[in-house]
Design a protein around this ligand. Structure first.
Ligand SMILES: Cc1cc2nc3c(=O)[nH]c(=O)nc-3n(C[C@H](O)[C@H](O)[C@H](O)COP(=O)(O)OP(=O)(O)OC[C@H]3O[C@@H](n4cnc5c(N)ncnc54)[C@H](O)[C@@H]3O)c2cc1C
Length: 471
């Protein structure tokens, strides 16, 4: 068995969330389409589709990749039938599947302009976060925060309320100042806090149900660097310290390593120096070791904990310094399925204690659990709507059972008033929503107004929004 050395312990944590972002742009969502896809003379393809983890699949009639908003408008006007947008296909919930058209903005990507006086950037909505970060950096700007990975398209990311970590930092969509949307009727609609404010409040997080987001203008910062620190602590100590650490650092999060009693704290703070420091390239040794420990000692949890404690050196710390976007987002070579819930900030630690207890009732669990902080915002379907939050994410490796992430953990999230991440596995239904989202009915009204025939809906959204299928 590989030794759980200090180095490897940190590498494992890196695997879970702190590996340096690689420079390459994420592969196209279209790569998920089978090679067997057959192109037709119209440019549309009839193809099977699958998301990143394989938890959602579709057999769409056609796949469209319009080159610009005008072509998209024309196609919307000329066509009929269901349409679902896809970004990078990194949502775990079946938000994309449709037997109609899957529409990708992979050809509508890139930074369009920046405004130094207003500190905003305007870009095409299909731009992947990795590309956006790189182009912004070249222009001297940076996004305020980023999620764990940067493979997502901007439109896809904001549509599910994608977030990073930071007690004072809201989710990505909160930095959006204006959106351009091609509606299901093929109209080009522009919205902001001043122009069609209700549509704007609904469109920032809309699960792709209002139309196709084609362009966004967002607040940016001058390009900046961060310093990252990673350290291991007995989980109880980190749970105690977490609220203070979140106040002290620009970004704070931790990962709990199941059946070890340890958690990894991670902070990122602004770094004004110029030295670039990278930890050794992250590998997956520790994740493999955690899996091996589970495989060999899973039936003996006390022994598993004892062995893990012997093997992990808690004194190890690690430091990294680089441009913000190179540190905040990482790569995830080991695929997983995931459920995440956002609970009121003050309930976060109590909730995570119960989540850990519930997870460790299952001896098959080995994947690290993530705990983050997100600031409130005002988008109607934002899981952070008027609520500073803590986010708790549980994972299971692809190829292993994952139903329990919802069946067993969701009751704990519900008990703590959790709002599910729209893109991650959850079991919430239409009946749950009005109590969780004060502007739920207002959102439904905007949706019905923009898409009266339900063209942008699929089975999941019909269930969530309580819209019967049009037969
Ligand atoms: C490895 C991994 C790590 C992740 N880390 C984080 C994290 O740190 N924080 C976090 O919050 N989430 C995280 N997620 C979840 C992910 O950010 C969200 O599910 C996000 O929505 C995926 O973006 P996407 O571009 O892949 O969009 P998709 O999954 O393809 O689509 C998401 C939604 O956006 C809609 N959409 C896409 N493009 C458009 C458009 N142009 N117009 C209108 N609607 C559109 C789709 O219809 C769908 O409803 C992670 C997921 C994975 C697989």
């Amino acid at each position: 068995m590989t030794t759980l050395s200090r180095r490897k312990a940190l590498q494992a944590i890196a695997t879970a969330g702190v590996a340096p972002a690689l420079a390459s742009q994420a592969p196209s969502a279209l790569a998920a389409v089978s090679d067997a896809a057959a192109a037709t003379s119209s440019g549309a393809v009839k193809a099977p589709w699958s998301n990143w983890s394989g938890s959602a699949k579709a057999a769409a009639a056609t796949l469209q990749t319009p080159p610009d908003a005008a072509a998209l408008q024309q196609w919307m006007r000329a066509s009929t039938g269901a349409v679902r947008c896809v970004g990078a296909g990194h949502s775990f919930m079946p938000l994309v599947p449709t037997d109609g058209t899957i529409l990708s903005l992979d050809r509508m990507a890139g930074l369009l302009s920046t405004d130094k006086a207003a500190m905003t950037a305007t870009f095409q909505a299909g731009t992947r976060l990795a590309q956006l970060s790189r182009q912004l950096d070249q222009a001297g700007f940076g996004l305020r925060n980023l999620p764990d990975i940067d493979a997502q398209s901007f439109a896809g990311a904001i549509s599910t309320g994608t977030h990073g970590t930071g007690a004072e930092l809201p989710a990505l969509h909160a930095d959006v100042q204006a959106l351009q949307i091609v509606t299901p009727r093929g109209e080009l609609l522009e919205c902001s806090a001043q122009k069609q404010p209700d549509v704007f409040a609904a469109a920032k997080v809309s699960l792709g149900s209002l139309g196709v987001l084609t362009q966004a203008t967002a607040t940016v910062l001058p390009a900046y660097s961060l310093q990252r620190k990673v350290w291991l602590k007995p989980v109880e100590e980190l749970l105690e310290a977490a609220p203070t650490l979140a106040k002290q650092h620009r970004h704070f999060e931790f990962y709990y390593l199941p059946f070890t009693g340890y958690a990894a704290g991670i902070t990122h703070d602004v770094y004004t120096g110029t030295d670039v420091l990278h930890p050794e390239a992250a590998d997956e040794d520790m994740l493999r070791d955690l899996r091996h420990l589970r495989d060999w000692l899973g039936r003996f949890p006390d022994l598993r904990r004892w062995v893990a404690k012997k093997l992990i050196d808690p004194d190890q710390t690690e430091l990294a310094q680089d441009r913000s976007w190179k540190l905040l987002s990482t790569q995830r070579p080991t695929k997983f399925n995931e459920s995440e819930c956002h609970v009121p900030r003050e309930l976060g630690i109590a909730c995570v204690r119960e989540v850990i207890k519930t997870l460790e009732r299952r001896n098959d669990v080995f994947f690290p659990m993530e705990f983050r902080f997100t600031k409130a915002d005002d988008a109607w379907l934002s899981p952070f709507y008027q609520r500073d939050s803590c986010s708790i994410a549980v994972h299971a490796a692809v190829g292993e059972p994952y139903d329990y992430l919802v069946a067993e953990i969701a009751p704990v999230f519900r008990k703590f008033q959790g709002r599910p991440h729209w893109g991650k596995l959850h079991g919430h239904t239409a009946a749950d929503m009005p109590a969780l989202y004060p502007r739920w009915k207002d959102f439904l009204a905007v949706r019905a107004q923009l898409d009266p025939t339900g063209r942008m809906l699929n089975p999941l959204l019909r269930t969530l929004f309580g819209v019967p299928s049009a037969t």
